[in-house]
Design a protein around this ligand. Structure first.
Ligand SMILES: O=C(O)CCC(=O)C(=O)O
Ligand SMILES: [Fe+2]
Length: 273
């Protein structure tokens, strides 16, 4: 795994709100991630046809269901995925890029755009999360080449610097550009497509506006993402995909530090081996 980040890469992330890291995974690692994620997705779908989209719990034939197929927290059900995801090197990269002193895993999710999948609407991630933080970040790993044809990500560069937690236009709940109604000043920011090769990783600020195109090819566009929580965040009252057990214990303002469900991947104070 190519984990070294240069100061230019970190500066670019801070400037734009995202950073593509080419060849994050080498060929052998990519093969392992594909195998682990494919198996975990197949098992999850076979077990419970509704559980593959617990974030939105859509079981109908609606538009959002055809944006992507989403399987959340595969690290909990599959030891093969867990071994890949609970990696201190990944946590350290997320800490370096975001400036957080330590990183917990909030959740993972496989994001598969099937052939003919609808576009992913422009949205900002962190307003939906159970904690609000400028340092929230996600690592989106391409398991296939992500292209203009099959649904690569798009960004509004720099939008993380002016986005707010009260954004109302959420993932799957709005049209492709409805977010602009919340931020008329972003209407002049040119959407930037980011095509990457399989094995690349894109760090995405929890505050940057992003989207993805439709899949106009005959093959799926597979990606696997990990959402990272800075170690010192406070609960804001939103459950999102927090397990009931964790959610029911928390009061607004409490530190979110459940080691079982939200494992600490890396901390400056106590570096994990
Ligand atoms: O993979 C995609 O199409 C976008 C995923 C995304 O933005 C998210 O899960 O927050
Ligand atoms: Fe997102």
């Amino acid at each position: 795994m190519h984990t070294a980040l240069t100061s230019e890469q970190i500066a670019s992330y801070r400037e734009n709100g995202y950073l593509a890291v080419d060849n994050l995974l080498d060929e052998t690692e990519l093969a392992s991630w594909r195998q682990a994620v494919d198996q975990a997705v197949a098992d999850t779908i076979a077990k419970d046809s509704a559980s593959h989209d617990i974030r939105h719990n859509q079981t109908g034939e609606g538009y959002y269901q055809q944006v992507f197929m989403q399987c959340v927290n595969l690290w909990k059900s599959h030891a093969t995925v867990k071994a890949l995801v609970l990696d201190a090197r990944i946590g350290q990269m997320a800490a370096e890029i975001s400036g957080a002193s330590g990183i917990r895993l909030f959740h993972d999710h496989a994001l598969i755009k099937a052939p003919w999948a609808n576009p992913t609407n422009f949205h900002v991630d962190n307003p939906m999360d159970p904690y609000h933080s400028q340092q929230a970040t996600m690592l989106w790993i391409a398991l296939d080449n992500a292209t203009l044809q099959n649904g690569c990500l798009y960004f509004l560069p720099g939008s993380h610097r002016t986005s707010r937690y009260d954004t109302t236009s959420h993932l799957g709940q709005a049209g492709i550009g409805d977010l602009i109604a919340d931020y008329p000043e972003w209407a002049c920011i040119k959407p930037q497509p980011v095509e990457v090769k399989a094995g690349a990783g894109i760090f995405i600020s929890g505050m940057v506006a992003h989207a993805a195109g439709p899949n106009m090819t005959l093959n799926p566009r597979r990606a696997f993402a990990m959402l990272f929580m800075p170690e010192d965040v406070k609960f804001n009252g939103q459950q999102s995909v927090l397990p009931d057990e964790v959610f029911n214990r928390l009061q607004i303002g409490d530190a979110i530090n459940d080691d079982e469900h939200l494992p600490l991947l890396y901390s400056q104070d106590a570096p994990t081996p």
